[in-house]
Design a protein around this ligand. Structure first.
Ligand SMILES: NC(=O)c1ccc[n+]([C@@H]2O[C@H](COP(=O)([O-])OP(=O)(O)OC[C@H]3O[C@@H](n4cnc5c(N)ncnc54)[C@H](O)[C@@H]3O)[C@@H](O)[C@H]2O)c1
Length: 259
């Protein structure tokens, strides 16, 4: 009886599904308004290189106050100097983000420490950098995929919790790119397209943050693959994965490409 009532309630939701689907389609053609972040405090972890560094530069151009964390002092100092040259205030701290004590003693500010303050003010934005590997399993990336699935789960649960607590002023964004050309993964390739340039990923990230997008896939086609993975038969997916042909140096027997 309970199940029947649930099914009936779901059927009654169908008109809403239609309306919201049409709304989403319509929104694809309307440019989204970007929020202003001038003067906001932005903490970036891993700011000494790659995606973190370029993100810092973009927020520096938007005249934000930057707090930059990285384990690599030299890279961090270079990023901070460039942010200052771009006209923003930048404070750099050598922090090992895998070390809880280091984080607390360095700044007493992690997501956990930030969140109560953000929730009290109902204002803020938490960005989780995950990966396409946070949605699909990749051979020989066992630990990496596990941590990225956890990052996606963290983002989703946090978003739900903020909504449940009616703290909708605290926004969340999760970045899930395919391989990016930062040197983080050696000689990556897939038949989905060329390895992404970090500038392209950071442009999508900044735009996603300023337009308060929840999930950013780069390239966008990754989102179709995540849906396929849920509905297509396993044998078909195995063939599809062969065609996508994910390669990088860590794959056993894979010959290093000529540079
Ligand atoms: N490059 C890719 O192909 C790719 C693809 C998808 C997702 N990502 C994700 O994007 C993020 C950034 O990757 P990237 O390509 O810019 O890497 P990167 O190697 O270019 O930069 C990472 C930075 O993080 C710093 N760092 C590493 N460990 C740290 C620690 N424990 N504490 C503080 N700082 C630390 C490094 O010193 C470095 O400056 C990562 O979370 C990565 O998983 C990267």
């Amino acid at each position: 009886m309970k199940r029947l009532r649930f099914l009936l309630n779901c059927l009654l939701l169908l008109p809403l599904l239609l309306i919201f689907t049409l709304e989403s389609l319509l929104k694809l053609f309307i440019p989204k308004k970007r929020k202003s972040v001038t003067g906001e405090i932005i903490l970036i972890t891993g700011a000494g290189h790659g995606i973190g560094r370029l993100t810092a530069y973009e927020f520096a151009k938007l005249k934000c106050k930057l707090v930059l964390w990285d384990i690599n002092k030299h890279g961090l100092e270079e990023t901070a100097a460039e942010c200052k040259r771009l006209g923003s205030k930048a404070h750099a701290f050598v922090v090992d983000c895998s070390n809880r004590e280091d984080i607390y003693s360095s700044a007493k500010k992690t997501t956990k420490a930030f969140l109560p303050e953000m929730m009290r003010n109902n204002h803020g934005h938490i960005v989780t950098v995950a990966s396409a590997a946070g949605h699909t399993g990749v051979a020989f990336l066992l630990a990496y995929c596990s941590s990225k699935f956890a990052a996606v789960g963290f983002h989703k649960a946090l978003s739900e919790e903020l909504a449940a607590l009616k703290r909708t002023g605290v926004k969340t964004t999760c970045l899930c790119p395919n391989f990016v050309n930062t040197g983080f993964i050696k000689n990556p390739s897939t038949s989905l397209g060329p390895t992404l340039e970090p500038e392209e990923v950071v442009n999508r990230l900044i735009n996603g943050i300023l337009t308060e997008q929840k999930m950013i896939f780069v390239p966008s086609s990754i989102s179709f693959l995540t849906v396929m993975e849920r509905i297509f038969p396993e044998r078909f997916l195995a063939i599809l994965k062969q065609k996508i042909n994910v390669r990088f140096d860590a794959v056993i027997g894979y010959k290093i490409k000529e540079q």
